[in-house]
Design a protein around this ligand. Structure first.
Ligand code: SAM
Length: 280
């Protein structure tokens, strides 16, 4: 049997042996090229001194790369139990450094039981990815337990994360990500890199947390204000934000926002100022 660089069987063989056909309903598009998964793992930072959290390891391509890069420990959450035997083999090969939790990442959160620095690295179904990203970015206290996020998204979502004001992609995710992190797109990944190939292009995003948010604001209020503002992004703020404060126009002016402006034109700092005024 031919072995891969990490001494384990090639992923296509793992998939055949364990009969792991991709399930569309679980958003399963696998990365089977260990050169590519290694490249992704290398973008996550220094893994040798980090605990890594991976959501959705599937057949384990990225998981193996993370371990091969020398991760101190990897905790992986997988919902589909078909992958557990193959992942157990990976864990055994790496002397138990890989711990696999069976469950839904939206309901279990092992972060509190991990040791800092924690780096989160995942190739997730996109709907779950956006929800988890929002949760990771909006805890009430900052800094969080994690140090960085290295995540694959549909290219359009990746562009929203790093978008600047006065662009179509600028919105809720741009504000929440850039408020508390340095966010950048590392590379695009074409559909052909996945098995089966999705219809869309993907992109790898890296977010490194800031020790302190860029501007003072309260996560709950900011999330709410931004959701209201971009919920009706074509409207002027004096109407899209109607009802969030009785003296809305005064508050907008105090935050250096013209009430006739639209959400898309407002800088992060103004949104933070506005949410502070509203909270008070
Ligand atoms: N990481 C693997 C790779 O790159 O080849 C698999 C990627 S595949 C896009 C997404 C994986 O996430 C699948 O294994 C799927 O079963 C798993 N998954 C989907 N929803 C999940 C959830 N809510 N919690 C945990 N795992 C989930």
């Amino acid at each position: 049997m031919m072995l891969s660089i990490d001494g384990l069987p090639p992923l296509r063989e793992v998939i055949n042996t364990h009969d792991l056909l991709a399930k569309k309903a679980l958003g399963q598009n696998f990365l089977l090229d260990l050169n590519l998964t290694s490249k992704i793992a290398r973008q996550a930072g220094d893994l040798k001194n980090s605990d890594v959290l991976e959501v959705g390891p599937g057949p384990g391509g990225l998981t193996r790369a993370l371990l091969h890069q020398g991760a101190r420990r990897v905790v992986a959450i997988e919902q589909d139990k078909r992958f557990l035997p193959a992942l157990a083999e990976v864990s055994e090969h790496h002397g138990g450094k890989l711990e696999v939790l069976h469950g839904d990442a939206l309901s279990i959160d092992p972060l509190a039981a991990m040791n800092a620095p924690v780096r989160i690295v995942s190739n997730l179904p996109y709907n779950v990815g956006t929800e988890l990203l929002t949760r990771w970015l909006t805890p009430l206290e900052w800094p969080p337990l994690w140090q960085s996020l290295t995540l694959l998204f549909q290219k359009e979502v990746a562009q929203r994360i790093v978008a600047q004001p006065r662009t179509k992609a600028y919105g809720r995710l741009s504000i929440l990500a850039q408020w508390r992190c340095n966010a950048k797109i590392i590379m695009e990944i074409p559909p052909a890199a996945f098995t089966p190939s999705p219809r869309v292009t993907s992109a790898l995003v890296h977010l490194e947390r800031l020790e302190k948010p860029r501007f003072k604001a309260d996560a709950k209020t900011l999330t709410w204000v931004v959701a209201q503002a971009f919920g009706q992004r074509r409207k002027m703020l004096r109407s899209s934000l109607k009802g969030i404060a009785t003296d809305l126009e005064d508050q907008l002016l105090a935050a250096e926002i013209n009430p006739t402006q639209r959400a898309e034109e407002i800088e992060l700092e103004q949104f933070c100022m506005l949410s502070e005024l509203i909270r008070k």
